[in-house]
Design a protein around this ligand. Structure first.
Ligand SMILES: Cc1ncc(COP(=O)(O)O)c(C=O)c1O
Length: 490
């Protein structure tokens, strides 16, 4: 298949892609450095890319004006305060937060937002923290706050092999809460491991059973619209660099005002108090977002968030979503069809096999003609040699990876018992050699500047692994079709 005939076929199969053509122009004008340097960037879930004009607009703003540390009466300070507050309003408007219903707290990143929830939520005996097995470690880590507070911690399992939330098994877990206690349910709107888009309708279901809901939207909002008129999570965590590449160092926690009053900050700091005394050993926390913004905000970077949001608005988030869906759908189909000369499948895809209910993330492992796993670290090196940027490992989401590989508690505990100083590479070695399973995968993810050439290049790279046998790991082989480990050729 040559490039132009592949593109023609792709367009024929994905008619709605044509409507996103202005993104090709934008790629040439705003993201030209990609093609000038022949980069194939496929790590948008790691971090999105910024348009040149975002950086220019920000640099112009900074060089045109004099800005001081906000929250003071001076001209340079009050001008900065106004820009920070303007940006806060722009964030709430972007997510269509109904007036007066949400508070936007600026944080360093999504992790900072999640940590606020962990340390301030009133976890206590009788209450629960329920989270899906599919979660980033920055959500998993909240279980330590829950435990310390005496709340019960439970995981809601995923289905195999689709890696969706197992609704049947979730049901009794949701129903098990004491509505008189403080219960928190956390799930990602989109998995950073499999790309699965989990149903946002779960938010209402959980509310009806006495739960507050924490939605990790970090991987979802770069290519999908989150509309807070339609769903009302109590907490939403995100990082702006994942949405539009620049700036790094700024994230946000959206807090529904109805739950704001139940949060208890464990400390106070400069910027978070209306009053503090040393002699009296007392402090009065500032109300609203100010009580959560510890110390000096990243105030010079915050206006770049407004610039980024305007950039996304000028493109249209729905356009980005359509484009990413078409490219993902094509890539999935091609990868699923790849076979070795002996007819065996080359690629195992994690999560749903179509672009339905998933975002622009495709996570996979490669196998040799006998079903031996190819070492994904070597796959990444080979991809890098072709200037393809992708990501490998477990993506800080061990639960989704464990379900994908059917790793049991016993598997994990056995490995941990053997190695007190466990790392992912050591765990991978243990698990591949003992059980023919993997711990980690290859992830490609698409975003605002992705085009057909990017996915075609990756497909060609994947195809180049046909009949590859030199970079395998482990002796045990795997049958991709039946998702079964095969021992002794059985
Ligand atoms: C779903 C999800 N949640 C949370 C995070 C943490 O984001 P950050 O590292 O920006 O704090 C990530 C980062 O990849 C993510 O994908």
């Amino acid at each position: 298949m040559n490039d132009s005939s592949a593109y023609a076929e792709f367009l024929k199969a994905h008619l709605e892609y044509e409507a996103t053509a202005h993104l090709d122009e934008l790629r040439a004008s705003e993201y030209a450095r990609l093609d000038e340097q022949q980069h194939v960037y496929l790590d948008y879930t790691g971090g999105s890319l910024y348009a040149d004009s975002q950086v220019r607009a920000h640099a112009e703003l900074l060089t045109r004006q004099v800005f001081g540390n906000p929250h003071s009466a001076s001209l340079t300070s009050s001008g900065m305060t106004e820009l920070v507050e303007q940006t806060r309003r722009a964030v709430l408007e972007w997510f269509h937060a109904p007036p007066g219903e949400y508070t936007a707290v600026f944080t360093a990143n999504a992790t900072g937002a999640l940590k606020h929830v962990g340390e301030s939520y009133p976890f206590a005996p009788g209450g629960r923290f329920l989270l899906t097995a599919d979660n980033h470690n920055s959500v998993n880590g909240i279980r330590e706050f829950a435990r310390a507070g005496g709340a019960a911690v439970e995981y809601a399992p995923l289905t195999f092999p689709e890696l969706k939330i197992d609704r049947e098994r979730l049901e009794p877990l949701l129903a098990g809460a004491d509505p008189g206690a403080d219960n928190l349910f956390a799930f990602p709107a989109q998995s950073n491991f499999s790309g699965v888009k989990h149903p946002l309708a779960l938010i209402d279901d959980a509310h009806a059973r006495g739960w507050d809901v924490l939605l990790d939207a970090a991987a979802y909002v770069p290519t999908s619209r989150l509309d807070l008129r339609e769903v009302e999570p109590d907490f939403v965590a995100l990082s702006f660099y994942k949405m539009f590449g620049y700036p790094t160092g700024v994230g946000c926690l959206l807090i529904r005002n109805t739950v704001l009053g139940k949060l208890r900050r464990p400390w106070f700091a400069g910027g978070t108090v209306n009053f503090a005394t040393v002699q009296g050993r007392r402090h009065i926390l500032s109300p609203g977002e100010a009580g959560f913004e510890d110390g000096t905000l990243n105030y010079l970077a915050i206006p770049a968030v407004g610039i980024g949001l305007r950039h996304l608005a000028s493109i249209g988030i729905d356009t980005i979503q359509t484009r990413v869906r078409c490219l993902t759908s094509w890539l999935l189909q091609q990868l699923l069809e790849l076979r070795h000369a002996n007819g065996r499948h080359m690629v195992r895809i994690y999560g749903p096999m179509t672009a339905e209910s998933r975002g622009g993330v495709v996570t996979m492992n490669f196998y040799d003609p006998e079903g031996h796993l190819l070492d994904y670290r070597r796959v990444e090196e080979l991809a890098s040699a072709q200037r393809i940027s992708l990501r490998t490992g477990c993506f800080c989401n061990p639960g989704a990876g464990e379900t994908a590989e059917r790793l049991t508690e016993a598997d994990v505990l056995e490995a941990v018992a053997e190695e007190s100083d466990m790392t992912l590479p050591r765990f991978l070695k243990f698990i591949t050699h003992r059980g023919g399973k993997s711990a980690g995968a290859v992830r490609v993810s698409l975003g605002v500047a992705s085009n057909f050439a990017d996915v075609l290049k990756f497909y060609e790279f994947a195809r180049s692994l046909r009949d590859q046998t030199r970079i395998t790991m482990g002796e045990v082989s795997f049958d991709i079709e039946s998702c079964r480990v095969i021992r002794d050729g059985s």
